[in-house]
Design a protein around this ligand. Structure first.
Ligand SMILES: [Zn+2]
Length: 412
């Protein structure tokens, strides 16, 4: 089992200056190695159908690859002695990052996703370095020993769980200071296999009116953190753009204020997500949600509100929490969950403005609740769970009927 803990660091002035220098050198190394790879591609690739039959072919240069670039670090150190000060594992990890980003650019990963062309990083985009191996017992009385940096004061707000060993350690520079992320591993702890009570199933419908509605007709209001603090953001943004001259102290301060504001909003949202996810996982054994295409939704007119709600992050968190608690999450196909009647299964067209579901079969309920019940019913088909006698649900007998219809329509 692998988990990550993050602690705040309190480095001394000289330590933080050293880490800042490292980040800058590593960033330059990253950019250089990336350029090396790009150059090879530009100079040595030839579209075969556009190549003349008779031509002089220059000997093919060696393609920069992971181990070659790693070996070349020796040259870097002789040419630029400042790189000697960086711990060699950290420097090699930087090459690893180049490899990772370039590989993902060239080839899709296992889920078929390919990333775009890697970017050269400016100062604000290279914020962390990693020690891929850490010694046991590197944390001792409120200090962590980072090789070549020394003992750095650490605020250990919670102890490292028993039996876990520290595998890797990443030092991150955030808007409000330095943090350390430890990757902890315990091979003796098996991953919990889901042991669920099928009666404790729930469907959740994520929305913009309420953050979510459960199939038991419970609603969680939406906080809209970014929306409510938009005025402050505008003020800060304006203050920054008024300070035109780049690199000045005043502009730096204004930039820092703005990034701290963003950090605060992000943290508020994260805290809210954790609270809701924990509540769901404690209460239910099976949690069904829509398999949303967040990237697609974020291109619509509602993108600001959708991104502010952070559905994608929330769903990931629910999955994670459920997995570690031995619960089950089911993603269902979102098509028709809003439009179909949860009572009889027929299509009842609605626009986004129609908040009420009213069907010819006599079923009357809130549209989001209708969707949540549909999601729950669909999850039973997906997970192969036998239909639950839905006595707790307000609309009673409708649910089973809808379930039968929906399942038959899906299989047929
Ligand atoms: Zn109906």
């Amino acid at each position: 089992m692998r988990i990550a803990y993050q602690y705040r660091l309190r480095p001394t002035k000289s330590q933080s200056a050293q880490m800042e220098t490292w980040l800058n050198l590593l960033r330059m190394q990253y950019n250089y190695r990336l350029a090396e790879r790009f150059r090879w591609w530009d100079e040595n690739r030839c579209p075969i159908n556009a190549c003349p039959l008779v031509c002089s072919i220059a000997p093919l240069a060696d393609q920069p690859e992971y181990y070659g670039q790693k070996r070349d670090l020796v040259q870097t150190k002789t040419k630029f002695p400042e790189y000697i000060d960086i711990y060699s594992d950290v420097l090699q990890d930087c090459i690893g990052r180049v490899k990772k980003t370039f590989d993902r650019f060239l080839k899709a990963d296992s889920s078929g996703k390919r990333s775009g062309r890697p970017r050269f990083k400016q100062r604000s985009r290279y914020r962390s370095f990693t020690y891929p191996r850490m010694k046991a017992g590197c944390i001792r009385d409120k200090h962590i020993t980072l090789p070549k940096i020394g003992e750095v004061k650490l605020i250990q707000h919670r102890p490292i769980p028993e039996g876990f060993t520290i595998k890797t350690c990443t030092v991150v520079h955030k808007a409000d200071g330095w943090y350390v992320t430890l990757s902890l591993c315990d091979d003796t702890v098996p991953t919990i296999s889901p042991d669920v009570n099928q009666e404790k199933a729930v469907g959740i419908d994520l929305g913009l009116k309420d953050f979510l509605v459960t199939s038991d007709n419970e609603t969680v209001p939406i906080p809209q953190f970014a929306r409510s603090s938009e005025r402050r953001r505008k003020v800060l943004n304006k203050a920054l753009s008024r300070k035109r001259k780049k690199g000045t102290k005043r502009r730096q301060i204004a930039g820092k204020r703005l990034s701290k504001h963003y950090q605060k909003v992000a943290r508020q949202r994260k805290d809210f997500h954790y609270k809701v996810a924990n509540w769901l996982v404690r209460k239910y054994d099976i949690i069904a949600h829509e398999d949303l295409n967040i990237k697609g939704l974020a291109k619509t007119r509602l993108s600001k509100s959708i991104l502010d709600a952070g559905w994608g992050e929330f769903i990931d968190l629910v999955r994670l929490k459920a997995e570690s608690a031995g619960r089950l999450t089911v993603a269902v196909n979102p098509s028709g969950t809003t439009q179909n009647c949860s009572g009889c299964g027929i299509n009842v067209p609605k626009t986004l403005a129609d908040r009420w579901h009213s069907c010819s079969c006599g079923l009357e309920l809130d549209r989001d609740l209708n969707a949540a019940i549909n999601i729950k019913n669909l999850s039973e088909c997906v997970a192969g769970v036998p239909p639950v006698v839905a006595t707790r649900v307000a609309v009673g007998h409708w649910v089973n009927k809808a379930h039968r219809l929906l399942c038959s329509s899906r299989i047929g």
